[in-house]
Design a protein around this ligand. Structure first.
Ligand SMILES: Nc1ncnc2c1ncn2[C@@H]1O[C@H](COP(=O)(O)OP(=O)(O)OP(=O)(O)O)[C@@H](O)[C@H]1O
Length: 353
């Protein structure tokens, strides 16, 4: 659906994107994750045709952004990091204005009404945008992206500055939209991408450093494929028997932890899951398994490793020293302090125009 090939972007001497390539299949929700300054907005602006690349190409449904820019724009609904809202317009005026600007062909009233219901802004339809809470403004921004019913939605940092309740609401909305659209969600917040996306592409310093299914990315990229087993068994006999299992690379004892109970490290081939054969062996031998855990990195560990250590560059030829980056975590409370109140007021209809 969306294919990005060898995208490079230079701002003067600063290389913001360095040979970025990825594909997003139809009907998926993909997270484009990276710390501040990684190159997310630059990529999104190029994909949506708002910025030109220094080299490389982007196709959407087989249409090239350079050859058919207007056709590609019709296929994409874009919520930029700073949504282009006119604060002195009402929601109604703004959506009608954008409808005309985008030259949407669908029946106006019905289409706008459906979008307002989907994004849950029908209750603020006649309000001034400038009087809405940040959460509602963001919904209006998403509504604007949905005009014309584009198959692809690109959302750049859609929950930045929202309070926790608004964040959950917008995430639910995105999950909902993912049922009928291909969604690329650009974010620096790992938990956001993890909550909403089935696949994660990690970008750092203008390069793609990881790409895979959310559920298995950490496991797949963990270099350490080890299980830690606690078993009540004769130590040497257990080590020997487990070593004989298929796909087991190495086993060693980490000592007696309780009387007659040993902790063993069981290392396996990278793509093998030895838990079932291990369980079957211990059951056959009558050795009670008291605990089993894997030593995979968590996604958070992996993100930190990929974006703040040299590991990020070990996948690239270029290993010159680079500054460390800040890893941003999801804020626990609203950054602007009173956003929650603003939202409550809006919902109760207490805002003034
Ligand atoms: N117009 C510009 N002129 C010069 N440098 C720029 C410009 N826009 C972005 N950059 C630089 O390009 C790099 C990538 O920026 P970009 O905004 O794409 O990152 P980002 O991942 O979206 O970060 P953030 O989440 O902070 O917006 C950064 O080093 C940034 O300073």
């Amino acid at each position: 659906m969306v294919e990005v090939k060898n995208l490079t972007k230079r701002y003067g001497v600063n290389m913001a994107l360095n040979n970025v390539s990825f594909k997003v299949e139809e009907g998926t929700i993909v997270g484009f994750l990276g710390p501040n300054g990684a190159g997310k907005s630059t990529t999104m602006n190029i994909v949506t045709g708002y910025l030109s690349a220094t080299s490389g190409e982007v196709t959407v449904s087989g249409k090239n952004t350079l050859d058919e820019p207007n056709e590609v724009k019709k296929l994409i609904g874009y919520l930029p990091e700073q949504p282009p809202l006119y604060l002195d317009m009402t929601v109604k005026e703004y959506l009608n204005f954008m409808y005309e600007l985008k030259k949407v062909k669908l029946p106006r009233e019905k289409h706008i009404k459906e979008i307002c219901q989907l994004t849950k802004i029908d209750n603020v339809y006649d309000r001034l945008i400038g009087n809405l809470s940040k959460g509602y403004r963001q919904r209006v921004g998403i509504a604007q992206a949905l005009l014309g019913n584009p198959p692809v939605l690109i959302l750049d940092e859609p929950t930045v500055g929202l309070d926790p309740k608004q964040i959950i609401e917008i995430r639910n909305l995105i999950t909902n939209l993912g049922r009928n659209h291909t969604v690329i969600l650009s974010s620096h917040i790992l938990s956001e991408v993890q909550a909403v996306c089935e696949r994660i592409i990690v970008i750092n310093n203008g390069r793609i450093v990881a790409d895979g299914a959310t559920d298995t990315l950490a496991h797949d990229l963990s270099k350490d494929h080890r299980l830690i087993l606690r078993v009540e068994a004769p130590e040497r006999e257990a080590v020997h028997a487990i070593r004989e299992l298929e796909n087991v690379v190495d086993v060693y004892s980490m000592g007696e932890k309780e009387k007659g109970v040993y902790e063993l490290s069981v290392e396996s081939e990278p793509n093998a899951d030895v838990r079932r054969p291990l369980f079957a062996l211990l059951a056959r031998k009558g050795w009670p398994m008291l605990a089993l855990k894997n030593t995979d990195l968590t996604l958070e560990d992996l993100f930190l490793q990929l974006t703040s250590s040299d590991t990020a560059y070990s996948q690239n030829e270029d290993k010159e020293a680079r500054p460390k980056v800040d890893i941003a975590y999801e804020p626990e409370s609203a950054p602007d302090g009173n956003a929650a109140d603003g939202n409550a007021e809006t919902e109760k209809g207490g805002e003034e125009e």
